[in-house]
Design a protein around this ligand. Structure first.
Ligand SMILES: [Zn+2]
Length: 78
């Protein structure tokens, strides 16, 4: 993940709030383990939403959520 997207995730996360971006989500600790878990879920045949790993602004870990475009992330910040 490049630095722009990384900081967008952190800022969008702060704007969205701890409950939704962190809360009771699994802390994968590293980008690698989180993206591996996301890929496993995405490869299931009944996957509806594509998931992706994102860095957490609250616990400094990594979580998995619905994949968002750069524009969508930016829309939370403004
Ligand atoms: Zn978190």
């Amino acid at each position: 993940m490049n630095e722009d997207i990384y900081s967008l995730h952190l800022n969008a996360g702060k704007a969205i709030g701890k409950d939704k971006t962190c809360g009771s989500k699994i802390d994968y600790q590293t980008e690698l383990t989180a993206s591996e878990a996301a890929e496993r879920m995405n490869s299931k045949p009944n996957t509806r939403n594509i998931l992706e790993a994102y860095p957490c602004a609250f616990c400094q870990g990594w979580h998995i959520g619905r994949a968002m475009t750069k524009e969508e992330l930016e829309s939370y910040i403004e």
